[in-house]
Design a protein around this ligand. Structure first.
Ligand code: WT7
Length: 608
């Protein structure tokens, strides 16, 4: 599974191309199976029907936990946790301790009635119990659907409903910097709108009194009390669903991307150890919230599958000062720091002073993810944070791909600012021209597709397979369409340009124009709206809303506020438009389609 030189990269890529079944089959055999798989891959992109490692039976938590205990690594540190600044001591759990906590929660959830295949919503802060809750679900074969705790009650209700969840695991509240958010109150608000939730498990984080509804709400402490420290893992078929994660698309409401057990396991471990060139003893810090796929694959599953130490951080990079991240890196001896360009730009804006005093001698690898990294931020990250001695990997992937697809391998591959690099062995990207034809010359620019199946690709969108087909597999037959535009240079290096659909990437957070417009349109007097992205120095892209009101607003400031309130309530603060402009009408084509290209130019301040 390990690639340790550029020559090995080239030969692995070659081998994976010539005999993918042999390549992935060998990879998968390195894991613990209750019953070995019979076939490696069967895929039909037209349907789509994608199956990996069929016939196999396994549980991903045996591979994240039990396997390491059996190997005598029970005392190794699995998880470190750095709380929000000023909130008490850091925590550190060994693999044994993590395993015991996962089993106790799984046993408690089982006693409540949680069973294999049930959907469990996790709406939690960045505390170690979030990882415990994910793994406890997986232990039972229940399907976790983590909802980022920055989403509103309405957004939470939409996801509970779509998933048909009977269970919610949440906390009394969360703290970020000097802010406090009452999560349980938001859950109550959501549950006033949807039916079907039987139990809400509430973790005490803030220690604040919250309303508990008798018969429905139970504390986390009461669920785990007296529970055994070991329970056997549920046998899962390779293609049994591991989790659902909601993500935005160009149309309609967010869709539930479905990942299954074996393929996701194999690919997250493979990509984790090769991209980051992880070695035993390393401390891996991925700053992404567990509510995003990055937090699933590279805070939780990837590192734990490899027996690594993963660091979870509750705070924010600029609280109580702009040197907080560097302080945490030194405190925990972090070797790998994986974050988003928006965070780098925000820290860069504070100048070199906050980072200069921190030598960070343990740091070896820097990672970037979520949006294109501009050259200025790349150089600052490389020189000021990495002191010119760390490898820097720009990792391109998506919620749908499950794991990193195009990226350098830390320290092994040539680096070029703004370029994600080459595909991982086994990944076959294709650049397609405007007519839908693959461009075969080395240098190319167009839509980015993937021609061959890979183990951690999405299997469906929950409850709506047709939506999965039309979104990803219909526009370029025989290929998976990413929604991104990309360029390939003469050396075969990929540069991701950005979305070519109506998805906006704000601070690395993915939002659909349609969902924002639908929230805006529910504000008083609003007839219609159109939302586009425009360049922003920190966020990368910010939201610009063109709004048509039935009557010209008397007080524009108040009308703008009403729109923002509507968006914050409908989706969350992350979707709040930066600019709102009232217009008499929207530019449309003859067939009534909004001409977003023109709006994008106006929003960017182009006068042409
Ligand atoms: C979209 C996926 C899984 C990563 C977290 C975001 C953009 C992601 C890069 C990168 C340029 C990137 C793409 C992609 N993106 N990584 N290294 N360089 N763009 O996951 O929320 O599913 O968003 O993020 O546009 O399609 P996501």
């Amino acid at each position: 599974m390990r690639i340790r030189s550029w020559e090995e990269y080239l030969s692995a890529a070659d081998r994976a191309r010539r005999d993918p079944a042999d390549f992935w089959g060998e990879m998968a055999r390195g894991f613990q199976w209750m019953r070995p798989f019979e076939t490696v891959c069967e895929a039909d992109f037209a349907a789509p029907r994608i199956e990996w490692f069929q016939g196999g039976v396994l549980n991903i938590t045996e591979n994240c936990l039990d396997r390491h205990l059996a190997a005598g690594d029970g005392d190794r540190c699995a998880l470190r946790w750095e709380p929000n600044a000023g909130e008490g001591p850091a925590r550190s759990w060994s693999y044994r301790e993590l395993s015991e906590r996962v089993c106790a929660l799984a046993a408690g959830l089982q006693r409540l009635g949680v069973a294999k295949g049930d959907r469990v919503i996790l709406y939690l802060p960045m505390v170690p119990e979030a990882v415990v809750a994910m793994l406890a679900c997986a232990r039972l074969g229940a399907i976790h659907a983590v909802v980022f705790a920055g989403f509103s009650a309405q957004a939470l209700a939409d996801r509970i409903q779509d998933a048909g969840a009977k269970w919610v695991i949440t906390a009394d509240g969360l703290r970020r910097g000097d802010r406090r958010v009452g999560l349980k109150a938001l859950v109550d608000e959501a549950l006033a709108q949807v039916e079907g939730v039987e139990r809400v498990v509430v973790l005490e984080v803030l220690g604040e009194e919250v309303a508990m509804r008798a018969g429905r709400d139970v504390t986390w402490a009461s669920v785990v009390e007296g529970m055994p420290r070991f329970i056997p893992a549920a046998p899962m078929q390779s293609e049994d669903v591991l989790f659902i994660l909601y993500t935005s698309g160009s149309t309609g409401k967010p869709k539930g991307v479905v990942h299954t057990t074996a393929g996701y396991m194999v690919y997250t471990a493979y990509s984790f150890c090769n991209v980051f060139q992880w070695e035993p003893g390393d401390v891996f810090w991925c700053t992404a919230d567990v509510g995003w796929v990055t937090g699933h694959s590279y805070t939780t599953y990837g590192p734990l599958l490899m027996g690594a130490t993963t660091l979870l951080f509750e705070g924010i990079p600029t609280y109580p000062h702009a040197g907080r991240c560097w302080e945490v890196i030194e405190k925990h001896g972090v070797t790998h720091f994986y974050t988003a360009p928006t965070a780098i730009r925000a820290l860069m804006a504070h100048g070199d002073e906050p980072v200069a005093p921190f030598e960070m001698p343990t740091l070896r690898v820097l990672g970037s993810v979520g949006e294109p990294i501009n050259e200025e931020a790349w150089h600052w990250y490389y020189e000021r944070v990495g002191r010119g001695r760390c490898a820097l990997v720009d990792t391109w992937w998506q919620t749908e791909t499950g794991g990193i697809m195009i990226s350098g391998l830390a320290g092994l591959s040539p680096e070029k600012p703004g370029h994600a690099g080459w595909p991982l062995p086994g990944i076959e990207p294709v650049i397609v021209d405007a007519d839908g034809h693959p461009i075969l010359t080395p240098e190319a620019q167009g839509h980015l597709c993937v021609a061959a199946p890979w183990p951690s690709m999405l299997r469906t969108t929950y409850g709506d397979h047709e939506r999965c087909r039309t979104t990803y597999f219909a526009s370029h037959p025989g290929m998976y369409f990413t929604g991104d535009g990309a360029r390939r240079d003469a050396q075969g290096m990929y540069r991701i340009i950005g979305r070519v659909d109506d998805v906006i990437n704000v601070s690395g957070h993915r939002l659909g124009t349609a969902e924002i417009e639908s929230a805006i349109n529910s504000a008083p007097d609003i007839v219609e709206s159109a939302v586009v992205g425009f360049p922003h120095p920190i966020k990368g892209t910010a939201i610009y809303a063109f709004v048509v009101s039935a009557t010209a607003p008397e007080d524009e400031i108040r009308a703008r506020q009403a729109i923002q309130d509507e968006v914050v309530a409908g989706i969350g603060a992350l979707a709040r438009p930066e600019k709102i402009q009232f217009v008499p009408a929207l530019p449309k084509t003859r067939s009534g389609k909004i001409m977003r290209r023109i709006l994008r130019k106006i929003a960017a301040g182009e006068t042409e």
